[in-house]
Design a binder for this molecule. Structure first.
Ligand code: ASP
Length: 488
């Protein structure tokens, strides 16, 4: 008996987590003393890599001693939160670490390398798939009046669900008060983070809608630019009408059907890709950091769970009049891939494939709602921004934000989620604009870096789930406003 694809992926995910945790607990600690094979100028080095702490000590030829420590909880004075942080601050310590990391780290790094081949395949098809799918969908619409209706319904859905997600995050954080219950101290936060201001983010998004060179946008996978140019182009094909419309539509439909077949073939590899990516995450992340940030993680998790399991299913039930459980089951391969890859963009080919072939949503709707959603509709990210900033605020102030600040958080978290790209850790980078808006120093973000990957996996699944719910809701709303239309 052959297991269905979503079961295969689920089994690999669980298996990957079990293997990774075993590897982490058995092979996560290694102490090595080296006197040979060291970089020039260094005569002796000791590298201790344990689950909780990395300690690198070395001595140079002048007899001076040095030490660098990576402590994810930040409790060790002068330590770094992550290995990347160490790499930026003391590159020579990083070089020494690479000479003798724990075996769990090495296993994780290799699994990541090989698992990323699966992600590369998905990235390889994403740009041609978006263009083919979007043009086939829009050209199938026939008249641009219907396009306008679909556009406004889609944007309306994005806004409403993102705001609902943020409000859920605010309520949960105000009730659980993770920053006040936690024993963490803010002096742990020292990591370097890039910043972006609100004005800059808005203008960047607007600029992205008008690519100066559409081909350059395609070459650099700038999703928003590609989407906007494809839409503009197709609208003018529709305006040209007649043979022009007919020929372009044929071409778009043909390209789309080939891309779909290619996608289906690549998706068969998902169980292997997911297995390797899960081993990577669990083998390289020690448990200690989760304990220190448990309250914060609980707040994000609960918020995401309420949004994904109550709010969105209710919207699907009431507006789209579909059974949310069955719908979720048909989207399972996409949701599980989103979880393990932490990237809505990489998951997009699977999402498009599942929604049309397993959930029966028409291409003209999904080809518009999903690509656009994967870049600008991020409910999970929006919720996470709100919880994280309130958490940092509670740590910094020792109390709650006032109402005015919380309103600022709602608006800026929405903006940050729209601005975040569908790639791993994008939400973390965008958080700077929310922190700045409520006058918190962006370095405080360092405190949550260590657990970001796990939360990223969760929020990405919610991002993709909201896009899927959006497609079925928009399909219902748009088609109920029309009579006698046949779907392309
Ligand atoms: N990784 C998320 C996504 O691709 C974005 C984020 O970092 O929140 O949807």
């Amino acid at each position: 008996m052959k297991l269905e694809l979503h079961w295969q992926i689920l089994v690999s995910m669980v298996l990957g987590a079990i293997i990774g945790i075993a590897v982490n607990s058995q092979l996560g600690t290694r102490t090595t003393s080296l006197e040979e094979g060291l970089p020039p100028g260094i005569v002796r080095a000791t590298i201790l890599d344990s689950n909780d702490l990395i300690r690198i000590s070395w001595e140079n030829s002048a007899g001076n001693q040095f030490e660098s420590v990576v402590d994810p909880t930040g409790r060790t004075p002068g330590s770094h939160i992550t290995i990347d942080d160490l790499t930026n601050a003391t590159p020579e310590a990083r070089k020494l670490y690479d000479l003798a990391p724990s075996y769990a780290y090495t296993v994780g790094a290799w699994c990541k390398r090989i698992g990323s081949l699966f992600l590369r395949l998905l990235q390889m098809i994403s740009v041609p798939l978006i263009i083919a799918s979007l043009s086939s969908g829009i050209l199938g619409l026939g008249a641009s009046r219907r396009f306008g209706r679909m556009f406004s319904t889609t944007i309306g859905y994005y806004l409403v669900t993102s705001v609902l997600a943020i409000l859920t995050g605010l309520v949960i954080t105000n009730i659980l008060r993770p920053g006040i219950n936690s024993e963490l101290r803010l002096d742990a936060a020292r990591a370097q983070v890039k910043s972006a201001s609100i004005g800059e983010t808005v203008i960047n998004q607007i600029e992205a809608l008008i690519p100066t060179n559409p081909f350059a946008a395609m070459a650099s996978s700038a999703f928003l630019s590609i989407i906007s140019f494809t839409i503009i182009f197709c609208i003018f094909v529709l305006k040209s009408g007649g043979q022009v419309h007919f020929r372009f539509q044929q071409l778009a439909d043909d390209c789309f059907s080939v891309m779909m077949q290619l996608t289906t073939a690549i998706i068969r590899l998902a169980p292997i890709g997911v297995l390797l990516l899960m081993i990577y995450v669990t083998a390289t992340q020690g448990a200690v950091v989760f304990r220190a940030l448990a309250w914060y993680m609980l707040a994000v998790f609960l918020g995401l769970a309420i949004h994904a399991c109550i709010t969105l299913p209710l919207i699907v039930r009431i507006i789209a009049k579909r059974n949310p459980l069955e719908f979720a089951r048909s989207m399972m391969p996409a949701l599980l891939t989103a979880f393990s890859s932490a990237s809505s963009n990489a998951t997009l080919p699977i999402t498009l494939n599942n929604i049309e072939q397993r959930a029966g949503v028409s291409n003209r709707i999904s080809s518009f709602v999903l690509p656009l959603g994967s870049t600008i509709n991020m409910d999970g990210t929006a919720l996470y921004e709100a919880v994280a900033v309130l958490f940092i605020g509670q740590l910094a102030l020792g109390g709650e934000f006032g109402i005015a600040e919380q309103i600022v958080v709602v608006l800026t978290a929405l903006l940050a989620s729209v601005g975040a790209a569908g790639i791993p850790h994008a939400g973390l980078v965008m958080m700077a604009i929310v922190l700045q808006a409520v006058n918190l120093p962006i370095e405080y973000q360092g405190i949550i870096l260590a657990v970001d990957r796990v939360l990223d996996m969760l929020r990405t699944s919610v991002n993709v789930w909201s896009d899927c719910c959006g497609a079925t809701v928009v399909e219902r709303l748009v088609s109920s406003g029309e009579t006698g239309d046949t779907y392309a």
